[in-house]
Design a protein around this ligand. Structure first.
Ligand SMILES: C[S@@+](CC[C@H](N)C(=O)[O-])C[C@H]1O[C@@H](n2cnc3c(N)ncnc32)[C@H](O)[C@@H]1O
Length: 237
C-alpha cells in the first residue's frame, strides 16, 4: 500500500478528494431503486474506505455500513467524523467478520491502487464469501485512455496550500508524484502507483469467482460522462 496516506489523510477531505464517493453513492441508491425495486440493499461493507465519507453518506440514508482500510491515518480521520460507524484496520482481501452483506463498495479508483493483480483476485474471492447471493460489488476504475499524463493541481482550501499531482506512465503502471506546498514552500512529497486494469481482465477475474457483470458505464444512469468506469458485478445465485 502507498504510504502517501500518512500525510494525505489530514488533507484528503479538505481538498475534496472524497467528494466523488458521495456522488457515486447517490447514483448507487438510484440504481437500486431503478434496477432492483423489489430487493433490499441495506447492509454495506465499504472496502478501502479511506476517510469513511461514503460510509457516512450511507449511514445518513439508513443503511447499515462498515468501513475497512489498511491505513491507520485514514481510519483515524474516518473515526473522528463518524463515531457511530465501525471502521476496521484490515486488508480487504482478508477481512471476514462472519457477517453477510447486500453490497460491497470500493470507490475512487481504489482497485487501481492495488497494483498486484494477485491482490485484486484475493479481494474478489473474499467478496464472494462476504456477499449474499445476488449481492453486488460496486466500484470504479480510472479510464487511463482519456486521462492524459501530466500535472494536476488541487485548489487550496485555506488560501495558502496546494497539492500538485504529476502523473507519468510506464506500460500499465501509472506513477503520481504528489507534492504538498504551503505558501509555495514544499512541505512533503511522496509517490503513489496505480495499475491500468482492463475491463475484460477484471470481468474474467470476477467471472472466475462467481460473479456476472451487472453494469459497466462511464455515465451511471443520467450522470455526465466521466473519466472513470463504474462497474457492478453481481454474485451469482
Ligand atoms: C484512493 S483511496 C480511496 C478512499 C475512499 N474509497 C474514497 O472514495 O475516498 C484508496 C484507499 O485504499 C486503501 N487501501 C489500499 N490497499 C488496501 C487494501 N489491500 N486493503 C484495504 N485498504 C486498502 C488505502 O489505505 C486508501 O485509504
Amino acid at each position: 500500500m502507498d504510504d502517501v496516506y500518512v500525510e494525505l489523510a489530514q488533507m484528503y477531505d479538505k481538498f475534496g478528494i472524497s467528494d466523488f464517493s458521495v456522488s457515486f453513492g447517490d447514483s448507487m441508491l438510484k440504481y437500486f431503486d431503478c434496477m432492483y425495486p423489489n430487493e433490499t440493499f441495506k447492509k454495506n461493507l465499504d472496502i478501502c474506505c479511506g476517510t469513511g465519507t461514503l460510509c457516512g453518506f450511507f449511514k445518513d440514508d439508513g443503511i447499515q455500513t462498515k468501513g475497512v482500510d489498511l491505513s491507520a491515518e485514514m481510519l483515524d480521520v474516518a473515526r473522528s467524523k463518524y463515531c457511530d460507524v465501525e471502521f476496521i484496520k484490515c486488508n480487504a482481501s482478508e477481512f471476514n467478520d462472519g457477517e453477510v452483506y447486500d453490497f460491497i463498495t470500493c470507490t475512487d479508483d481504489a482497485l487501481n491502487h492495488i497494483t498486484d493483480i494477485e491482490d485484486v483476485k484475493r479481494i474478489v474471492k473474499n467478496a464472494n464469501v462476504l456477499l449474499r447471493d445476488g449481492g453486488l460489488f460496486i466500484f470504479d476504475i480510472n479510464n487511463f485512455d482519456i486521462l492524459t499524463p501530466g500535472e494536476y493541481n488541487k485548489d487550496s482550501f485555506n488560501g495558502y496550500s496546494k497539492l500538485s499531482l504529476v502523473q507519468s506512465r510506464d506500460s500499465d503502471l501509472i506513477k503520481t508524484d504528489v507534492k504538498y506546498y504551503e505558501h509555495d514552500k514544499l512541505i512533503w512529497q511522496k509517490s503513489l502507483f496505480e495499475r491500468d486494469y482492463s475491463i475484460s481482465k477484471l470481468t474474467q477475474i470476477f467471472n472466475r469467482e462467481g460473479f456476472v457483470l451487472d453494469s459497466c458505464s462511464q455515465h451511471f444512469l443520467d450522470e455526465k460522462r466521466s473519466e472513470k468506469w463504474k462497474l457492478i458485478f453481481k454474485k451469482v445465485e
